[in-house]
Design a protein around this ligand. Sequence first.
Ligand SMILES: Nc1nc2c(ncn2[C@@H]2O[C@H](COP(=O)(O)OP(=O)(O)OP(=O)(O)O)[C@@H](O)[C@H]2O)c(=O)[nH]1
Ligand SMILES: [Mg+2]
Length: 299
Amino acid sequence: MSKFGVMVMGPAGAGKSTFCASLITHLQLNRRSCFYVNLDPAAESFEHTPDLDIRDLISVEDVMDELKLGPNGGLIYCFEFLMENLSFLEESLNSVTEEYLIIFDMPGQIELYTHYPVLPTLVNFLRSPGNLDIRLCAAYLLESTFVVDRAKYFAGSLSALSAMYMLGLPHLNILSKMDLVKDQIRKKDFKKFLVPDTMLIEEDPEEIAARKAGIHYQPPVESDDPRDKDALMSGAGFKRLNAAVAQLLENFSMVHYHKLDCTDEDSVGGILSYIDECIQWAEAQEPKEIPDEEYEDEE
Ligand SMILES: Nc1nc2c(ncn2[C@@H]2O[C@H](COP(=O)(O)OP(=O)(O)OP(=O)(O)O)[C@@H](O)[C@H]2O)c(=O)[nH]1
Ligand SMILES: [Mg+2]
């Protein structure tokens, strides 16, 4: 019996837990079953109570108190502890059947997705036919407001690429919180952000804004002098670095984004259809009989 799941990942505050909550509401409205797993040991509250919660095994707060670790060290300790106690996941997930979508709500510490080896081990355990045998995909969220600052947008895209390579899962990249930008950027203009492209780095958003407002634009003086603090974030060296990152992303051409607005049910449903396609959920479902009472109601 196969199991199906999505791991919701991305940097801190990207909207992961909000997306999990909207996805659960959408699944419930469409009479689909889901199993919500919180894997963030520092999480505080949830719209939907998790069916399985890492905090019942270990919480960052306890680790910080007892081992005198900071929040990031505490999180890493919690994940290492989880790896030593995988039976905690196995016991609950073993009985989940194929009609369920298992939703893993992940923490926002970026090191988990870039270089720390604990997630690949967890993913292997969840997918391995000898263990839980979950058909898993990744939903990597990045805030759509990042597109306004090209350096942030490309750095975020690089972290998405890194997660793709590190985990080797079918991967969906998602620009979240679209409601925050839809009044500022027209739909037509937003299209270019769905695939990172070197042309975007050539554009200076401040210059475009000034041009639109009919104001004369004076570009910042470029300098490579390491003693000049401003030069680090706006100088020629920084521009060259961003151009190189943009070129790298374009060369790999593996990152492209889907848009998500959690305030719009159709948008959440759209992302769910991509998830279903990635893990081929529909193919594994048995045709369902309509229970008698429901059939009578419709008449
Ligand atoms: N406007 C808007 N705000 C959102 C959306 N999704 C999340 N937020 C807000 O963004 C903030 C962070 O959302 P969370 O869902 O907690 O983000 P997260 O990625 O789970 O955060 P961590 O678990 O701390 O990494 C909250 O204040 C949310 O209300 C969205 O689609 N639109
Ligand atoms: Mg969260």
